[in-house]
Write a protein that binds this ligand. Structure first.
Ligand code: NAD
Ligand code: ZN
Length: 249
């Protein structure tokens, strides 16, 4: 993998870096991206029809089961070289903020510390009524487990379509994007709000925007540098070129 020498020199002295990641970063760990078709039992549903407050109100059991299925998929996989490269970048750049739309927790599992989860985390569960978090819940397969405190239905702590993003995380993400001298957009289609807005906020504030994606996206024409390919290959190559560090799992 070849990178422009000027970019490598620039990255060696840059201080404030932010990276936004999406489902593409976890694809090489074996998790499906959002726009991949669902398999098997779930093929008949569109994620948009399972990840909404309406869907949960209509058929909480269906939504709970879908997330239970996805939670098991997440628990079965490991971070990949892309995740570990970002952890190394966090250690090397003086200021580094990782903003993710992923709900799989793989960045944290790979050791990244400063992670802003814009869409929550599928491994966390909270009460849909009182908001109380819970680590354990009943395993009765016929019904959705309920809150010990108020008997409300439990739900995954993820942001559904039509719900607002966690305020503090979003504010911090906007600030980090504006402050960044370099903004990476990695493995995200950039169509789900606010991914595109963050990259543009960075750009408006003079940040160099670098996109890493398997395919062109709406951001591509506006990025300063675009690297097409797998993040699990491009990121380790970049870390090697900039810091002379070999990423291993
Ligand atoms: P998306 O599915 O819309 O886009 C994924 C992007 O990644 C695409 O542009 C694709 O070209 C690219 N891509 C695929 N494989 C890649 C690879 N190996 N390397 C680099 N790029 C690759 O996902 P999104 O933009 O994250 O937005 C969709 C929503 O789906 C988010 O809200 C997110 O919360 C949710 N989601 C999360 C997970 C997860 O946590 N792992 C999985 C699926 C969906
Ligand atoms: Zn409750």
């Amino acid at each position: 993998m070849e990178f422009p020498p000027d970019l490598i020199v620039f990255l060696r002295k840059v201080e404030r870096v932010s990276a936004l990641t999406g489902a593409g970063v976890s694809q090489e760990s074996g998790l499906r991206t959002f726009r991949d078709t669902q398999s098997g039992l779930w093929a008949q549903y569109r994620p948009e029809d399972l990840a909404t407050p309406d869907a949960f109100a209509r058929d909480p059991k269906l939504v709970w089961d879908w997330y239970a299925f996805r939670r098991e998929a997440v628990k079965a996989v490991r971070p990949n070289l892309g995740h570990y490269s970002l952890t190394e970048m966090e250690k090397k750049f003086p200021e580094f903020t990782l903003i993710t739309q992923n709900v799989d927790g793989l960045h944290q599992l790979a050791g990244t510390k400063n992670v802003l989860e814009l869409h929550g985390n599928i491994l966390r569960v909270r009460c849909a009524v009182c908001g109380r978090f819970t680590e354990t819940w009943g395993s009765d397969l016929d019904s959705v487990p309920r809150c010990d405190e108020c008997d409300g239905l439990l739900r995954p702590d993820v942001v559904w379509f039509g719900e607002t993003l966690p305020r503090l995380e979003l504010e911090s993400a906007v600030t980090a994007s504006r402050r960044a001298q370099v903004f990476f957009s990695i493995g995200t289609s950039g169509v789900v709000h606010p991914a595109a807005a963050l990259a543009l906020a960075a750009r408006e504030n003079g940040s160099v925007v670098i996109e890493i994606n398997a395919e062109p996206t709406p951001l591509t024409p506006k990025a300063d540098f675009v690297f097409h390919g797998k993040s699990g290959e491009i990121l380790p190559a970049l870390v090697k070129a900039v810091f002379d560090i070999s990423i291993q799992v």
